[in-house]
Design a protein around this ligand. Structure first.
Ligand code: CA
Ligand code: CA
Length: 418
């Protein structure tokens, strides 16, 4: 969802609708696009078809795991490929795992370089085709998603104001109108603009899953500091991943920390934890030994999250087992920004060695909206509705917008952090 969509959501409010007659010609196409595309872009929800299990089966297998039974942080462990393991690929290789020195920052782990099969051949995800060999150099990576505590340290030190905390400009809004769409009068637009972000608002009744606007709302005043809008706060959530951060907010944090965002190829290599073409970051069994391995969604999406995995909504970081490289929550909890522009066709021409991503962004599903790659899925993914917490799948998001289920983590090169 983009900033243009934000004005749209605002226009749906009854208090504003009375005075917005001239607006509808502007808003209607954007709303329609947003409703459809949020399904596939900002939130990456797709019906999974043969997704390998339903929420019911999740509930049945994990029925003893209530919120209090959340998995405690665990050290890196040897992941199991599980019963569906493929034969080892001779091309797949992981370099020496010995770190080149001490970590350049607190909470970072060494991800050895290597060569792996990137993407998935699952026909549901054509933008992750073809599976192709990629080689990446080693790098340091944050063990967890960046937390509210870490982001507050940055904001306090720099006075940084996130995109969600700024009032969008008239120019930003009209720049995202479809080609050929006449610009609305500035004097009518500007009074409607105010800081805020998109929030999740679960309906209290079952809904069709073909209109994401039924559970996304534009919330004035929402930001990383007030995740649900004015009156909400971070009390008890300092160890949660920071959310409502746009791409440039993540870049600003990374630069302040002397780090950078991972490329998509680095991110997927890290997420796979040394495994070869596994379905999940931990192997091919969804619930090894009956354990939930990811904070995602159980229950009737989007009405009810029954939290069989221990958490409804965002969880503190590192509540679930680390993958083979010692990284937590590379599947689920919150989506993570990557450095790459998004193009659905990039894998067809991606260079083999350290691919930097395409030079521009094209998303045919939301033309004109620059997208960056997001990876890993979120607490809103389920095997009924979204399976993009599977490691080979891709996500994307409007670079200028944050969401309540999108965060990030950083990486650093082998050299010293300046
Ligand atoms: Ca959950
Ligand atoms: Ca994550």
């Amino acid at each position: 969802m983009s900033k243009a969509s934000k004005t749209k959501s605002k226009a749906k409010a009854p208090a504003q609708a009375a005075g917005t007659g001239p607006w509808w010609w502007l808003l209607a196409p954007v709303v329609a696009v947003a409703a459809v595309l949020t399904l596939y872009s900002g939130s990456f929800f797709v019906r999974s078809g043969g997704a390998g299990g339903s929420p019911r089966s999740v509930a049945e297998s994990d029925s003893s795991a209530g919120r209090g039974a959340a998995i405690a942080p665990k050290p890196a462990e040897s992941p199991s490929k599980g019963k569906d393991a493929r034969p080892a690929s001779p091309e797949h290789s992981i370099r020496d795992a010995t770190p080149p020195g001490p970590p350049p920052g607190e909470g970072m782990v060494w991800v050895p370089g290597g060569t792996y099969w990137m993407g998935t051949d699952d026909p549901q995800f054509p933008d992750a085709h073809p599976v192709h060999l990629v080689t990446v150099d080693g790098f340091w990576m944050d063990r967890t998603e960046v937390t509210n505590a870490q982001f507050r340290e940055f904001a306090d030190a720099t006075g940084y104001e996130t995109v969600a905390e700024r009032t969008p400009s008239y120019e930003e809004i009209v720049a995202q109108l479809p080609p050929g769409q006449p610009k609305p009068p500035r004097e009518q637009v500007e009074p409607m603009l105010e800081p805020g972000s998109i929030c999740f608002s679960p309906p209290d009744h079952p809904v069709r899953l073909d209109n994401a606007m039924q559970w996304w709302v534009w919330q004035p005043g929402a930001s990383w500091r007030e995740p649900e809008g004015p009156g909400s706060n971070l009390e008890g959530r300092m160890d949660h991943p920071v959310v409502h951060v746009a791409f440039e907010d993540a870049i600003a944090y990374a630069e302040w920390a002397g780090k950078r965002l991972p490329t998509e190829a680095e991110w997927e290599f890290a997420a796979r934890g040394g495994l070869d073409r596994a379905t999940y970051t931990w192997g091919d069994e969804r619930h090894p030994d009956g354990r939930p391995m990811v904070n995602n969604w159980q229950g009737d999406f989007p009405r009810e999250d029954t939290a069989e995995d221990g958490f409804a909504g965002v969880a503190p970081v590192a509540e679930f087992p680390a993958n083979g490289f010692g990284l937590h929550d590379m599947a689920g909890n919150v989506w993570e920004w990557c450095a790459d522009w998004y193009r659905p066709d990039y894998y067809r021409s991606s260079p083999r060695s350290n691919p930097p991503g395409p030079e521009d962004s094209i998303d045919p599903m939301e033309p004109g909206v620059p997208k960056r790659v997001q990876r890993g899925g979120s607490f809103m993914c389920s095997d009924l509705y979204c399976v993009r917490y599977r490691v080979g799948t891709r996500g994307k998001g409007a670079a200028d917008s944050g969401h309540p289920h999108v965060g990030f983590r950083c990486v650093a090169d082998a050299g010293p952090v300046e």
